[in-house]
Design a protein around this ligand. Structure first.
Ligand SMILES: Cc1cc2nc3c(=O)[nH]c(=O)nc-3n(C[C@H](O)[C@H](O)[C@H](O)COP(=O)(O)O)c2cc1C
Length: 408
């Protein structure tokens, strides 16, 4: 992550974090009243994973951005700040803005916005005739600046800087002037817009879409909600697509590996005893079930691996499926120069194969067949015994990284 400084309206210093590759299409995140860019940390990671460059900006008077000496916190200054940052980016990002940030973004991106941005996502933008929403924004500003433990997230002078009700009125007709592809994400438990008001706002957008999200906290942008990330990524991929990398036979092996990495797997350690009675094993995620009757499974082993010769010749082998706590075990059995079994609790199973204690599951197998498969061989095992632990989560592997199960 890099922290960068931009020049806002009248030269005010604005701070932002940037993650992701320069070659990826950009997304600019704008927080709400009384918050800082820190609220987006999880979402920013998810967007980076999805192949986006992410710029999270602190509004003036918030977080690491300048708290201007002249106390100039009028709405127009903030709108011009955003336009100034967008002009300095050298790329036209999709702007994602929540609550009060959404007001700023929609004012900044009305009319000539196509020069500055390629899309707009408004998360819980306060809309509609109900002045309650404007009052809530005002309250949040007051809450954020009221003295508490530590440094306040924003300049205390912000508390009384806005007439939020007047702003709500001023922006009442903004929808019709936003020509960018726009997504409005409405948290159904939000008190910033009623369902009807959100729908009517989106109807007035020339190119608008509405997503209603159930079961979320009132300010669901704050918790880095995975649901928010999912809708956002869907919108980005449809409306501002990135170029997908492609592999063609003969082109680079790295891209082929990356393509295969789209298939999420568990992680196993394949073990056997060598002719000298010494245990051997290696990490493998190429595990697949093959047949129920007879009970067969397979793993693919690289011919270049040190364990290849022993596994080809072994009458019996075991496949140990790792649980979430066994990431060190996975690393150990994939790394070089370590005594893999010395640091791993294991025992000899009923059929003479090394069983790693505490695994999610262990399959003791007799060798059924060995098939050649390019630079790997396919080791098919007939399962003699399977033990498994139903209460642990698996260790997962996806796009070259370990993952854990996560249910929204
Ligand atoms: C998550 C993960 C999955 C792997 N899957 C396989 C696999 O399916 N087949 C394989 O031959 N190597 C696989 N490897 C690589 C081997 O574990 C690694 O090359 C190991 O050092 C081989 O050990 P050896 O040379 O002592 O046999 C994997 C590594 C990791 C980290």
């Amino acid at each position: 992550m890099t922290t960068v400084q931009y020049r806002g309206f009248a030269g005010v210093r604005l701070e932002a974090d940037i993650i992701g590759s320069e070659n990826d299409p950009a997304v600019l995140l704008l927080h709400g009243a009384g918050q800082t860019r820190a609220v987006w940390a999880r979402l920013a990671d998810a967007l980076e994973q999805a192949g986006r460059r992410v710029i999270s900006l602190d509004l003036r008077g918030h977080g690491g951005s300048e708290w201007p000496a002249d106390g100039r916190y009028d709405f127009d200054a903030m709108v011009e700040d955003l336009r100034a940052v967008l002009a300095q980016l050298g790329t036209r990002p999709v702007v994602v803005a929540s609550t009060f940030g959404g007001w700023i973004a929609s004012a900044a991106l009305a009319r000539d916005a196509a020069l500055l941005a390629s899309g707009l996502v408004l998360v819980d933008l306060p809309v509609g005739g109900d002045s309650g929403a404007a009052l809530r924004i005002g309250e949040w500003l007051h809450d954020a600046v009221s003295p508490g433990p530590g440094q306040p997230a924003c300049d205390p002078r912000l508390a009384d800087a806005f007439d939020t009700a007047a702003l709500a009125e001023r922006l009442a007709d903004v929808a019709g002037t936003i020509t960018l592809p726009t997504l409005y994400i409405h948290g159904l438990t939000s008190d910033l817009a009623s369902r009807a008001d959100a729908a009517s706002f989106v109807n007035r957008l020339p190119d608008g879409e509405l997503v209603e999200v159930e079961d979320t906290a009132p300010r669901f942008a704050d918790d880095g909600s995975d649901t928010l990330g999912a809708y956002l990524i869907d919108f980005l991929e449809r409306r501002v697509p990135r170029e997908s990398p492609a592999y063609r036979a003969g082109s680079d092996a790295r891209t082929f590996r990356d393509a295969l990495g789209c298939f999420a797997t568990g992680v196993t350690v394949v073990t056997a005893i060598d002719p000298d009675g010494v245990p051997i094993g290696l990490t493998a995620n190429s595990f697949t079930s093959v047949s129920l009757d007879p009970p067969l499974l397979l793993v693919c082993i690289a011919n270049s691996s040190g364990s290849a010769a022993i596994l080809r010749g072994a009458d019996h082998f075991a496949v140990n499926v790792l649980q979430i706590g066994q990431q060190p075990t996975s690393n150990r059995f994939a790394g070089k120069g370590e005594d893999r079994f010395a640091a791993t609790p294991w025992e000899i199973g009923e059929f003479g194969t090394p069983v790693l204690v505490g695994s999610l599951g262990s399959f003791e197998c007799a060798r059924d067949a060995v098939h050649e498969g390019g630079d790997h061989f396919i080791l098919v095992g007939r399962v003699l015994k399977a033990i498994f632990e139903p209460r642990r989560d698996p260790l997962l592997y996806f796009r070259g990284k370990y993952r854990k199960l996560h249910f929204v």
